[in-house]
Each structure stands twice: as structure tokens, then as C-alpha cells.
Ligand binder design. Structure first.
Ligand SMILES: Nc1ncnc2c1ncn2[C@@H]1O[C@H](COP(=O)(O)OP(=O)(O)OP(=O)(O)OP(=O)(O)OC[C@H]2O[C@@H](n3cnc4c(N)ncnc43)[C@H](O)[C@@H]2O)[C@@H](O)[C@H]1O
Length: 274
């Protein structure tokens, strides 16, 4: 069976309880983790090791917190207050863990589902999304990783232009795939608003509601947006249900036309707004 799982954020106990609830078997089942594997929760190191141990039974996407971990490990960013990455950064095998992390995905398309951590700009087709993701993945896996991590931060360019090149193009892709919630109909990304779908800034919409979105006919699964909560529409699954904030950890079983949502409640590891 195929399961898509929302943001774990280091809540490994919740992951274990969810796998039990699924009666998960690594020889029979496949998992797709929708990013933000680590940080803010209590057991980031244990979570990474668990995912690595799953081998081919699990495919992991990178979220903004996972990229932040790579940046912290390369000395590009200082850990923030509220980060819970120290156990990884101080682990004797930190370099090997980071090597695994940088080989994970920014987007993937499997079993008819396009999967990303945050969102897909309305102007991108499925092919555009996978191509742009692969461009970033190649840099993450290559010799220029540290330089790229320095250049990755920033909110510009906020609007897609097929003519973008170099660092600007890569930064736009990272911001779209790992940070997007709201955008304008012309695809200008907003990075300020973190509230639910009803809190759209003037002139903005949740990215998935933009009229004419080119991936509207492609099933898309994403995480990242805990204040949105579970989104379950025919071609959309939003699966960040705020595990780390005391919500649930959510899996969606997607086999052919079958869809089933399975959730386990989570202990609150961080206080919203804290
Ligand atoms: N290119 C890049 N540029 C910039 N940064 C990059 C980057 N690449 C990586 N990063 C990194 O991204 C990291 C996070 O940045 P942040 O800016 O802190 O991330 P965020 O938007 O708060 O998103 P998060 O992923 O935590 O989402 P969530 O819905 O859980 O939480 C969102 C909010 O919802 C609130 N919330 C959750 N549950 C709530 C509830 N029940 N009620 C009210 N509020 C709630 C929380 O308080 C929280 O503030 C940073 O460490 C940064 O370095």
C-alpha cells in the first residue's frame, strides 16, 4: 500500500504510532514523507535515522526546516531559538546524515501524485515543476552546496519568469516548493502570512485556488501549512496537520481510486506563536 505522510518535524514517537496504526510493512508498503522531517519537535536525530533505515520503502522530500538543517550544518545559518537540531549537529555521524539529506527530493511524481513540501506556482506545469526541482536537487548534491546555501535565502524574485537563470532561478524554486502558501493570480509569492486559508492578504489566494493553475488536473500532495489543517479534495491533499503544535500526524493511503486518511494525535512540542 502507498502512504503519503505530512510534516513529522522530529516527532518520531508520533511517526512510530502512525506506522503501527497503518500496520506498516517495509517489504509490502511504500511511504512518501512530504518534508519538514526535522526541527521544532523532540527527536530530530531519531527521526532521520528511522527514515534512513527504511531505505527504499520511504521517499523523503525536503522542507524549509530540512534545508535550514543543511544550512546550519554547513555553518551558513545559526540555529534559531526553538530549533531542536542540536542532537543531529552534534552527532558523530552528522556528515553522513547530511549527505543522506542532500540526496532527498524537492518534488516527485509517483503513482499519479505530484508531491512537494509547500506548493506549486500556478504558472508551472507538472513537467516544469519536476524540471525546476531537479535543477535544485543537482546543486544540493554537487560540489557547490555550501555556496548555494548562502545564496538560497531571500524572498526575491517573488514571481516566476521562464527566463530566470542562475541563483535567482534556484532561489525562486526553493521558495515555491518549500515555503509557498499564498500568491497572487499572476503567481507572485507571499512569504508573510502563516495563518489559514481564510487569512489571505489582499489580492492573494491559496496557491492551489488560483484560477487556471496549470497543475489543476494533476493530483498534488503537500505539507507545510499547519494552520490550513487537513485539505482533502479530489486532486489535492494537504497533510500538515500540526503534529509539532499538538495536532495530529496524518497519513493518506492512496491506492488507485482508494483514499483513506489515518491520523494519530500528537503531544504538543511547541506552543504556536511561542
Ligand atoms: N529560502 C529560505 N528562505 C528563508 N527561510 C528558509 C529558506 N529555506 C529554509 N528556510 C528556513 O525555514 C525555517 C522556518 O522558517 P519560518 O519562517 O519560521 O517557518 P514558518 O513559515 O513558520 O513555517 P513552518 O514550516 O514552521 O510552518 P508551520 O505551518 O508549522 O508553522 C507556521 C506558523 O503557524 C503557527 N501555528 C501553528 N499551529 C497553530 C495554531 N494551532 N494556532 C495558531 N497558530 C499556529 C506557528 O506559530 C507558526 O508560526 C527557518 O529555519 C528558515 O531558516
Amino acid at each position: 500500500m502507498n502512504y503519503l505522510i505530512g510534516d513529522i518535524q522530529g516527532c518520531c514517537g508520533a511517526l512510530e504510532r502512525l506506522l503501527q496504526a497503518l500496520d506498516f510493512s517495509p517489504s509490502r508498503d511504500r511511504l512518501w514523507l512530504l518534508g519538514d522531517l526535522v526541527n521544532r519537535g523532540p527527536e530530530s536525530l531519531r527521526t532521520l535515522r528511522r527514515l534512513i533505515d527504511l531505505g527504499d520503502a520511504a521517499t523523503s522530500l525536503l522542507g524549509n526546516h530540512d534545508l535550514h538543517l543543511l544550512a546550519a550544518a554547513h555553518g551558513v545559518r545559526r540555529p534559531h531559538a526553538g530549533d531542536t537540531l542540536d542532537d543531529i549537529l552534534q552527532a558523530p555521524d552528522c556528515a553522513a546524515l547530511m549527505d543522506w539529506l542532500r540526496h532527498q527530493h524537492l518534488a516527485t511524481f509517483d503513482n499519479g501524485w505530484l508531491m512537494v513540501h509547500a506548493g506549486v506556482p500556478p504558472q508551472w506545469s507538472l513537467d516544469d515543476t519536476l524540471t525546476c526541482a531537479q535543477e535544485v536537487e543537482a546543486v544540493l548534491r554537487g560540489p557547490d552546496l555550501a555556496d548555494f546555501l548562502h545564496a538560497m535565502y531571500g524572498n526575491e524574485p517573488a514571481r516566476w519568469d521562464a527566463g530566470l537563470t542562475g541563483t535567482d532561478r534556484l532561489r525562486f524554486t526553493v521558495n515555491a516548493l518549500t515555503r509557498l502558501r499564498f500568491c497572487t493570480p499572476d503567481g507572485t509569492l507571499d512569504f508573510k502570512t502563516k495563518d489559514g486559508a481564510g487569512a489571505a492578504p489582499a489580492g492573494h489566494l491559496p496557491w492551489f485556488d488560483v484560477p487556471g493553475r496549470r497543475t489543476a488536473d494533476t493530483p498534488v500532495a503537500f505539507g507545510h501549512w499547519s494552520t490550513l489543517g487537513l485539505l482533502n479534495r479530489p486532486h489535492l491533499l494537504g497533510l500538515d496537520t500540526g503534529c509539532v503544535w499538538g495536532g495530529c500526524l496524518t497519513a493518506a493511503r492512496v491506492d488507485g481510486s482508494t483514499r483513506e486518511i489515518i491520523q494519530v494525535p500528537c503531544a504538543q512540542a511547541q506552543r504556536p506563536g511561542g
